[in-house]
Write a protein that binds this ligand. Structure first.
Ligand code: XUL
Ligand code: MN
Length: 343
């Protein structure tokens, strides 16, 4: 039995296309994915706005809410919750140069429209969280945007969302680069500072993704710890990443088991989940996997996370104390390695 509740997004089951090649698997319907997520052992689904309401740009505000209610009925059918809605502010021709921080007034307006509609969709799905992965908020040509004005524009956009709905909570999902070269909000420290500068810091927190922390050259468990110390880790996207290259979204723990263990450990030690938070697994199956393997990475990541929970349960805090007292960190480190390697 796990102490945590786990969540996943429909985008985590995908067709295998990458920047250099086409799909390698067939599409699967949203209902089929939700059904399978439940069978695998997930408790909640994460949505981009247009995962829930495809083609939303061409619908009225009332039609968008109607469509979202149909998805809520699907979730109810499979006894699944919605965790959050994230406006997909990077795919549209109106977000080519960024969204909230675009140099174009009308594109910034479009981004706000999507943000408000995401809040409407969240309400229809029965959840109170919005995730902002700020994909194109940053530069590809450094001199094209002011680093000062960009942050101010971001804070202004978040304030408008907080004002639009007095119950909505916003989680900033930080990432240092990709698709932009330099991001406006690369780390948890930046997210916490932006939170503090908004009109209601108590409703602006963070979502830490392991791979994104590694891309920033930081340790994911320490990033989780930093936001936890501020009472602001409201979501995580656990996965793995082999060094500082493109975002890989590998299965949790497959590259660095000790780092994965320490993420689970810090979450357990700080009662993550006590306020209804979910552990999200933002993982992608390998492009080489065949159709029948479409969910294998999710099964594997969930299994690894639960095995690491069991390891963290066994962690001997008395022995840790003794090692700290004697300043014998070699012994402590070897203890951790044996804990992870012994059956
Ligand atoms: C991008 C990423 C996204 C967000 C949701 O790197 O992690 O999947 O988690 O928009
Ligand atoms: Mn993510």
């Amino acid at each position: 039995m796990s102490r945590f509740k786990y969540s996943v997004g429909p985008w985590n089951v995908h067709e295998g296309a990458d920047a250099y090649g086409p799909s390698t698997r067939e599409s699967i319907t949203l209902e089929e994915k939700i059904k399978k997520f439940k069978e695998i052992g997930f408790d909640a689904v994460q949505f981009h706005d247009d995962d829930a309401v495809p083609n939303m740009n061409n619908l009225t505000e009332a039609e968008i809410i109607e469509e979202a209610k149909k998805v809520k009925a699907l979730l109810d059918k499979y006894e699944m919750k919605a965790e959050f809605v994230a406006p997909r502010l990077w795919m549209d021709s109106k977000t080519t140069d960024g969204a909230f921080t675009s140099n174009s007034d009308s594109d910034r307006e479009f981004a706000m429209w999507r943000a408000f509609r995401s809040i409407d969709i969240a309400n229809a799905l029965g959840c109170d969280k919005i995730v902002l992965w700020l994909a194109r908020e940053g530069t590809i040509c450094y001199e094209s945007k002011s680093p000062v004005e960009s942050v101010k524009k971001l804070i202004d956009a978040i304030n408008k969302m907080l004002d639009y709905d007095k119950n909505i909570k916003i989680m900033i999902e930080t990432k240092p680069n990709e698709p932009v070269d330099r991001s406006v909000c690369p780390t948890m420290g930046h997210a916490m500072a932006v939170s503090a500068a908004t009109i209601d810091p108590s409703r602006v927190g963070g979502l830490l993704e392991s791979a994104h922390a590694i891309l920033a050259g930081l340790d994911p468990a320490s990033e989780i710890g930093f936001a936890t110390s501020m009472g602001k880790i409201w979501g995580v996207h656990l996965n793995d990443q082999n060094g500082m290259k493109f975002d890989q979204d590998k299965s949790f723990g497959v590259e660095n088991l000790r780092q994965a263990f320490n993420q689970i450990k810090v979450l357990m030690e700080n009662n993550f989940g006590a306020n209804g938070e979910y552990i999200g697994l933002d993982v992608k199956v390998m492009r080489t996997e065949k159709q029948e393997g479409s969910y294998k990475h999710l099964e594997n990541s969930l299994k690894i996370a639960k095995m690491l929970e069991a390891k963290a349960e066994k962690f001997d805090y008395d022995f840790q104390k003794k090692c700290i007292k004697e300043r014998d960190y070699e012994a402590l480190e070897m203890y951790v390695m044996e804990l992870l390697m012994k059956g």
